[in-house]
Design a binder for this molecule. Sequence first.
Ligand SMILES: Cc1ncc(COP(=O)(O)O)c(C=O)c1O
Length: 492
Amino acid sequence: MSENVGDWSPEELEKNGHLLLSQLREHFTTLRTQPVTTTRSAQEIRAVIDEPLPTAPQPFPEILRQTWDDVRPNLTLWNHPRFHAYFSNSSSGPAILAEMFTAAMNVNVMLWDAAPAAAAVELTVLDWLAQMVGYPVAQDSVLVDGASLGTLYALAAARERLSGLDIRQQGLAGRDLPRLRIYASDQTHSSVDKAAITLGIGLDNVVRLPAGPTGRLDPEALRAALERDVRSGHRPLAVVANVGTTSIGAIDPVEEIAEVCAAHDTWLHVDAAYGGFWRLAPEVRPLLPDLSRADSVVANPHKVLLSPMEAGALFCRHRDALTNTFRVVPEYLRTRHEDGSVDFMNYSLQLGRQFRALKLWWLIKTFGVAGLTSRLSAAAALADGLRARARAHPDWTVENDSPFPLVCLRHRPHDRDLDDEETDALNRRVHRAVNDAGTSFVSHTVLPTGYALRISIGNIHTTEADIDALWGELTAAAERCAAPRLTERSTL
Ligand SMILES: Cc1ncc(COP(=O)(O)O)c(C=O)c1O
């Protein structure tokens, strides 16, 4: 930039783009040698990053260098092959480049006229995604930033369909309305609570039914809760069922739950944020329920489908359920309609919207369903290998039974007499020791049996060598952490 007006010249964009891409090349080449996360404290990181508001222009190579030296090493690298925390996910090559293209065009997919081909790509991608999750009955669909907002929108649509209440128009306040109730297992994601807060349902009206050791919602307990509530004059709003719970990857009996919902004329929302796209893997597919009777489904390409944040898909079986909930068109947004045009601003709360569909379009086309399937199957096989190792070891147990590559492990030395509390403390220490070493990164959960290390496998770069390394670190950390116990029981 020679003057203080205008953007980079196209040549500068290309030159700086090359600089970035060659840095990314180095990043991916050396990825395995980089720590998965930082050991610096929050204060230290803020001190490194914080600086006065820049007044003078800075050269891009300098900004990139600072990003490389100060930001990148202080990230937690979700796209690292040894990142196994939360839900291990991926950002794949075509999707990375698609985000650059999208920003270059600065697409805004709010109205058909505002982004015609982008809306067309979104429609096609939504159709492909619905096929992949086994929900081809979808009539109303939209890409959202993630499952939390997808669930909020689905429950808003469910609320709108409750007959005789007209909440969209008349609101909730000051009216003599029955309590609206949402039912879910106690394993259901907290996004349902956030939706209840936002929609004026209230946390007290999220009926959390105990899932027990299987982690599954019991349809009979659900039926009893619905009957009890109806007798009390409450109004069932929706049931939320899971395909892949956050803690252990459990799958609710969706077909039986659908029966109960039908008997009570209650909306069934399925949270398949994690589990939905594993249907592509042939070894997982037979274990997944039929979703076709669900009223709405959320599934996250950004959890499983090799897509960077943010990409969630919301599907709804009822035509216009979303648009009847969210359509508000001020004068300045009134545009012509033609056959086949879609205004995505009417499908959620978002007006200005990124061209999220492009990264999905590019990656699905690049890998094809065959390539996606083999990558997901490879992750499932790696998890099987880890489970087999743990089962063969006298000091480790596999604590969950999930078809997904989500493995909950608990360490209990067979030759020591540890009670449950001591075993919990030992597992906490093993967890901390593995993550502090920086080579692999895992998270945890608390199960009826106690504290467990929770290992999610799903990054596109993860190979058998990474799982070998993880197993080596787990067993080495377990040995280190158990050792002082012999002399210092109280330090556990
Ligand atoms: C089962 C489940 N549902 C929903 C969510 C929320 O997803 P998002 O982060 O896309 O809002 C999560 C997040 O981990 C999850 O595990």
